[in-house]
Design a protein around this ligand. Sequence first.
Ligand SMILES: Cc1ncc(COP(=O)(O)O)c(C=O)c1O
Ligand SMILES: N[C@@H](CCCC[NH3+])C(=O)O
Length: 414
Amino acid sequence: MDHFLYQADELYAEQCQVAELAKQHGTPLYIYSRATLERHWRAFDNAVSEHPHLICYAVKANSNIAVLNVLARLGSGFDIVSGGELSRVIEAGGDPTKVVFSGVGKTVSEMEMALNLGIYCFNVESAAELEQLNLVALRLGKVAPVSLRINPDVDAGTHPYISTGLKENKFGIAMEEAEAIFARANELPGLAVKGVDCHIGSQLTEIKPFLDAMDRMLALIDRLAEQGIEIKHFDVGGGLGVTYDDEQPPQPDVYAAALLERLGDRDLKLIFEPGRAIAANAGIFVTQVLYLKENSDKRFALVDGAMNDLIRPSLYSAWQKIVPVIERAGESHSYDVVGPVCETGDFLGKDRQLNVQEGDYLAVRSSGAYGFTMASNYNSRPRAAELMVDGDKAYVIREREKVAQLWQGEQILP
Ligand SMILES: Cc1ncc(COP(=O)(O)O)c(C=O)c1O
Ligand SMILES: N[C@@H](CCCC[NH3+])C(=O)O
């Protein structure tokens, strides 16, 4: 299993099971594999096994309670960005003392909740947030563990919308200001400085940007030590890419080995925040062909899944493999695979060679991360059901939303 992140997940190998599940539960449908989730999480954990570390799965990638629970049972920590994600972690049986809280806009009530639960660390992203957190902690009679998220100004070489480590991005504290803000954090009585943090972007397929960022961060850690500010952990963020098409991102062991080598003999605990690398290739999105149609010389496969279910193709022009769940023999044609939403940008894939007929099921691969979590009710479409395959059993881990749930909480005027 050398290149497991590139490989078909276990569940897709069982094509018939996918077709049966689609028939039984209807489409559109997300299906995840427990075995794949576990294997991916362990790959990170094993990659740094000897060195003190914490794997904090990035909840935003896939926040289904069953997914979080599977990882919590392995001993995972969690990277959260909202009170909602923290509540999910707790509901799923996650350990709050292994939670790191990222994000540029934490509210006072979110800070209070996280302090009361005793999370591992706040990844603070600005001087203003630092002052606010200090006040909240003092009011509660607590000391908030903090690390500062530093923007190392490196080009992650990924899509501009998911690149976060450049000066012009809203994330983190500029390197030039880092030492002054650390000094300030160190003197505030409601805070305890624990670490430094960076996260330069998502879907990185090269190791170099990670190492460039690490070099700058380690230099900062050394300068802080000279000022008497002792850093105990280095949170390297997430961002390791996966294979959607033919990308060959470094595997977790190669990635971790490179980071550990750079770390040298520094006594620093490492925190990892992988999201996509754990969840993306542990899930597929299954949709059924409603109609085939041709406009002049263009062929369309109109499917029942749409941009509200899986927005990555529309939002980032992301390419995800689309395959028939059961292959047909015979000639294939080039199709745009499009959904029922009233937007020209509503497509799952363009110019795909497919041999399909109405009623066939298609699987959009690598959909376990940033799939369901980015779904919406646009066009008043109920969100899809989610299943998890565990061995030879499949469980409904979230029921398909009912249409009547769509206007819950709305009121008409008297
Ligand atoms: C702070 C932070 N940590 C971790 C992640 C997870 O990233 P990925 O899914 O690319 O591993 C993200 C998302 O990019 C993030 O913003
Ligand atoms: N949602 C993005 C990743 C964003 C990462 C969040 N910081 C994607 O689907 O690729």
